[in-house]
Design a protein around this ligand. Structure first.
Ligand SMILES: Cc1cc2nc3c(=O)[nH]c(=O)nc-3n(C[C@H](O)[C@H](O)[C@H](O)COP(=O)(O)OP(=O)(O)OC[C@H]3O[C@@H](n4cnc5c(N)ncnc54)[C@H](O)[C@@H]3O)c2cc1C
Ligand code: SF4
Length: 487
């Protein structure tokens, strides 16, 4: 433990950030990592518990107490190595992970939890700043070839692990740049896209080949991001590679089947958000969906909805309202009851701070407009009884809406991609593969493994990284008979 009395002496510190009014004027990141002195005192708050629940709360099992101790003692290089030993991409999680580790922190039972995520952010940014993050090419080549379909965090983590184990890895990505939702979906103000570029460069230095603009399979539904210029068939991959990992995410959005859905001005969040990522990257976007001067209604209270709020405000929306079907959660969790698990509580994102009306227990009944364009949204209040939703009588109301963004989550992976591989599904339409025991991550299809949202359904970046790493180990064992890659 860095400092035995640190948890009594120091308060938890929020990372500094630019004020909402000024950050709303740009798309750049606005959260600053801790400085050296702050990181030291924050790390000193860690109690190095006998049983570190944080380590179990973190899906990649980051060895948090160890790197807290190393940061406190100024051994930053060692802290970075310890962090990288369990997490390929801490620069992503250190910025956008919801930090379930902190919900599991023992100090959190009686005080504010250790600021684990902020320390992770600090370590990795220092690592890049100091030039410590360099390619680690494998010493030997196994002569085996692996194809990874999808360059989101799951595909990237799997590719990096397998390249370091000596396999020749090619990543196929239908979009024009690598990164999955990290690139196209998550706004630039939450995650600077240079961070993805520098990782891709590192991975290329380790021998990973990226083939962007290539769709694996033939049929792909309209309305889902797809900038492929060529296709390759699953059979070709199965013939030319010794193993294939499908990590294509869960891209089928949940729709809103109400009257008026067809009106102009009603869009899925994932039509709206990637366009702004593209514009920020310097690309031309024809007929960009704009929130400028509009009354924007975002339907769906999760991360994606919140990203729509932040992006709409940056466009210069007149007003932004966000509706959620579920009831408003409590402001504070009952800690002794829920610890060390992830609590349901009211979460206010940085985008909410920038300006947004939020309302809960609201269902959309229909959308209305004129000349084919949406103008208002008719909603009602709902009550939840025994897990069932009921409309509150006489509760109908309407709000002005020139732009309606649907952010109600994702139903499943694109089924045509799974069809093309002949992969079995689970009850929710995800690629069927287990995560434990012999043959885990392997699908029913010959040589084909699955990881990330494509296997588990819509989830988090940190879970995708975990699955990519674990899947890589299984692929390595499948190819070599055994594996020394960590799970
Ligand atoms: C708007 C938004 C905001 C989010 N914010 C957060 C957040 O703040 N924190 C967090 O932890 N999680 C967040 N998430 C969830 C997180 O991004 C995902 O859980 C995670 O990216 C899943 O990783 P993945 O690698 O499984 O899939 P994805 O990131 O979806 O990547 C899959 C990739 O596969 C490609 N692909 C698919 N099919 C094919 C094919 N047939 N051929 C070639 N390429 C193909 C896709 O183009 C895509 O690039 C957010 C999600 C969204 C939509
Ligand atoms: S990856 Fe997420 S859960 Fe794990 S230590 Fe970092 S912030 Fe916590």
């Amino acid at each position: 433990m860095g400092k035995a009395t640190g948890f009594m002496e120091y308060q938890r510190l929020q990372e500094a950030s630019e004020a909402p009014q000024s950050r709303k004027k740009h798309y750049k990141e606005f959260v600053m990592h801790l400085d050296d002195a702050q990181a030291k005192t924050q790390a000193a708050r860690c109690m190095d518990c006998g049983i570190p629940f944080c380590n179990n709360g973190c899906p990649v099992n980051n060895i948090i107490p160890d790197w807290n101790d190393l940061v406190y003692n100024g051994k930053l290089r060692e802290a970075l190595d310890t962090l990288h030993s369990t997490n390929n991409f801490p620069e992503f999680t250190g910025r956008i992970c919801p930090a379930p580790c902190e919900a599991a922190c023992t100090l959190g039972i009686i005080k504010d939890a250790v600021g684990i995520k902020s320390i992770e952010h600090y370590i990795i940014d220092k690592g890049w700043e100091n030039g410590w993050v360099t390619p680690q090419p494998a010493a030997i080549s196994t002569g085996k070839k692996v194809a990874v379909v999808g360059s989101g965090p799951a595909g990237l983590a799997a590719a990096q692990q397998l390249a370091r184990a000596g396999h020749a890895v090619t990543v196929f990505e239908k979009n024009d740049r690598a990164g999955g939702l990290l690139r196209y979906g998550i706004p630039d103000f939450k995650l600077d896209k240079n961070l993805i570029d520098q990782r891709v460069k590192q991975m290329e230095g380790e021998g990973v080949v990226f083939r962007t603009g290539v769709l694996v399979g033939k049929d792909f539904p309209a309305g889902i991001t797809n900038w492929a210029k060529e296709t390759v068939s699953p059979e070709t991959l199965q013939k030319e590679f010794d193993a294939v990992i499908i990590a294509g995410g869960a891209e089928t959005p949940r729709d809103l089947p109400v009257p008026g859905r067809e009106l102009k001005g009603v869009h899925f969040a994932m039509e709206f958000l990637p366009q702004q990522n593209k514009v920020n990257a310097g690309d031309k976007v024809k007929d960009q969906i704009s929130a400028a001067g509009k009354h924007v209604v975002v339907i769906g209270g999760g991360d994606t909805g919140s990203d729509c709020v932040g992006t709409s405000n940056r466009h210069g929306a007149k007003a932004v309202t966000q509706f959620e079907l579920l009831p408003q959660p409590p402001e504070q969790e009952n800690k002794p009851l829920v610890w060390p698990y992830w609590p349901t509580k009211l979460r206010t994102s940085s985008s909410h701070e920038e300006g947004c009306e939020r309302d809960w227990s609201v269902a959309t009944k229909r959308l209305e407009g004129s000349k084919g364009k949406v103008e208002k949204l008719i909603a009602c209040r709902v009550e939840w009884k025994d897990g069932r939703m009921q409309e509150v009588p006489d509760s109908e109301f309407e709000v002005k809406a020139d732009l309606v963004l649907l952010a109600m989550g994702f139903v499943s992976p694109v089924q045509s991609v799974l069809d093309a591989f002949g992969v079995d599904r689970d009850a929710r339409g995800n690629a069927r593969a287990t995560t434990d025991g012999a043959g885990c991550y392997k699908t029913n299809a010959d040589k084909v493994f699955a990881a990330g949202d494509m296997r588990r359904g819509q989830s988090l970046v940190v879970w995708a990284i975990r699955e990519g790493r674990q899947c890589a180990r299984e692929v390595d064992a499948f190819l070599m008979g055994d594996s020394v890659l960590p799970r």
